[in-house]
Ligand binder design. Structure first.
Ligand SMILES: Cc1cc2nc3c(=O)[nH]c(=O)nc-3n(C[C@H](O)[C@H](O)[C@H](O)COP(=O)(O)OP(=O)(O)OC[C@H]3O[C@@H](n4cnc5c(N)ncnc54)[C@H](O)[C@@H]3O)c2cc1C
Length: 436
């Protein structure tokens, strides 16, 4: 088991930390040369579980990892297309939204094109702990990897995404019968595709709708049933006025807003991101239901305003108890497989909460520039990416703000270093300036 030290360690090579790597190379080359990005997988794949063949990104390609901060960057999506000899063809598509798989290829291309920041694969962070100086001040961090190796750093950036949300009611079912959307592509091959499986798809938004369509494609004989709490499937709220709330410039307004205003903003914007479907998905799904009814096959079904109040095994069958939210009446649904389009846990991911527990903090809260508030003196710092929706607004987990945010974090780290003029070998002199 080995130990090494870097000045900056970023956990997770998703879009957020790749955008940071670009910002480091462009704005802070000296820091970039002593920065390491670790990724638990063997390569970079965007939304690995839902990398469905024809799925489209929902954000303009101009909101790539860098263009909104530095339109002249060599790391732009346009330069990626050019490097693949596909610029003409993409322009000719006449679309602002690339395929999801194309964004995924772009991310790997960015990682491969970095000149200073190192990216290491198959490095899974298992735990993070602070390093404390003689008076309890935080001087840095130690990350323990799944293989037992450790990496020490002064600056830590956690960009490892969010935890999948698996409702408690499904906890007692055998793991091989339940597939969350984050694991769909990795695991659907385990299911024998030529059997007439009954498939329950849980959820009423984009992921559930995509799972439903994917099941029809991957299990051609299956009988899928969609179950949701809402009154039915809805389109995304796509007003150009509310879309302005995804601008990076809106982060300041959201951060400065009071608690009630933040709640209203998140509530009203829910359908702009989580609660709705892309128009093309909605239309295609409705047509599939229409054709199914027309044919008299009755293969597809949907339960709206329905809670799943219990789940158990009866021999080889899964039995879901469905409770009608209108009448309170219950019925059993027997099925073979459960697909969960239930999204992500809203609270901080486990990696962050176990760190805040070890720091003795009640909660994980960041400053406007994403630095974890430690409540004590520190010459090291930790930044959180993609998990600050409650304080920074609904765009926090999206691509929209990554280019600008990575610049903000880089400048924040540079300013922090200037305030604490010492290297990772000299972390003794501390100030209380960052205790807040
Ligand atoms: C199906 C789907 C489609 C989406 N489509 C869009 C879209 O079109 N537009 C948009 O703006 N947003 C979209 N999003 C939102 C999405 O969250 C962001 O686009 C983006 O992926 C967030 O980037 P991230 O780097 O914060 O997290 P992630 O993309 O989740 O990346 C986190 C990375 O960290 C790695 N990691 C996790 N744990 C560890 C560990 N312990 N050790 C080491 N590495 C680890 C993961 O393997 C992963 O590579 C979509 C989300 C989903 C689920």
């Amino acid at each position: 088991m080995g130990h090494r030290e870097v000045e900056l360690l970023a956990i997770g090579a998703g879009p957020a930390n790749l955008a940071l790597a670009i910002a480091l190379e462009e704005l802070a080359p000296e820091l970039a040369r002593n920065a390491l990005l670790i990724e638990r997988e063997q390569d970079i794949v965007w939304q690995r579980g839902m990398l469905l063949p024809d799925a489209l990104s929902q954000v303009s390609f101009i909101k790539d990892l860098v263009t909104m901060r530095n339109p002249q960057s060599r790391f732009s999506f346009i330069n990626f297309l050019h490097s693949q000899d596909r610029l003409d063809a993409f322009v000719n598509l006449g679309s602002f939204v690339p395929y999801r798989s194309e964004i995924s290829e772009y991310l790997q291309w960015v990682a491969d094109s970095l000149a200073m920041v190192r990216v290491e694969y198959s490095r899974e962070c298992a735990t993070v702990e602070e390093v404390a100086g003689p008076s309890g001040e935080v001087t840095g961090w130690v990350v323990r990897l799944a293989n037992g190796d450790t990496i020490g750093c002064r600056y830590l950036v956690i960009g490892a995404g969010r935890d999948a949300y698996v409702p408690e009611v499904f906890a007692s079912l055998p793991a091989e019968r339940v597939i969350h959307s984050t694991e769909y592509m990795q695991r659907i091959g385990e299911v024998q595709s030529d059997l007439p499986h009954r498939v329950a798809v849980i959820g009423g938004a984009q992921s559930a709708a995509e799972l439903f369509g994917a099941a029809l494609r991957d299990l051609p004989e299956c009988k899928p049933t969609m179950i949701m709490r809402s009154i039915g499937l809805n389109g995304y709220e796509s007003s150009k006025f509310t879309n302005e709330l995804f601008y990076n410039s809106f982060v300041d307004e959201f951060y400065g807003a009071g608690r009630d205003a933040r709640r209203q903003l998140l509530g009203e914007m829910h359908r702009a991101n989580y609660g709705g479907l892309a128009p093309a998905t909605l239309d295609s799904l409705y047509r599939q239901f229409y054709q199914d009814r027309r044919s008299g096959r009755g293969r597809l079904s949907m339960h709206t305003m329905t809670d799943i109040t219990a789940a158990r095994m009866d021999g080889e069958e899964i039995v879901l108890t469905l409770t009608d939210r209108k009448t309170g009446g219950g019925q059993d649904l027997r099925t073979d497989l459960v697909l969960l389009g239930t999204g992500f846990v809203r609270d901080m991911p486990r990696m962050v909460t176990s760190l805040t527990d070890s720091l003795g903090l009640d909660q994980a809260e960041v400053t406007r520039n994403y630095r974890l508030k430690l409540g004590r003196a520190s010459s090291g710092a930790c930044y959180l990416q993609g998990v600050n929706e409650a304080t920074h607004g609904i765009s926090d987990s999206l691509l929209s703000v990554l280019a600008a945010r990575s610049g903000e974090i880089t400048r924040e780290i540079l300013a922090h270093r200037t305030r604490h003029e010492h290297t990772s070998d000299q972390r003794r002199e501390l100030s209380t300036a960052d205790a807040a």
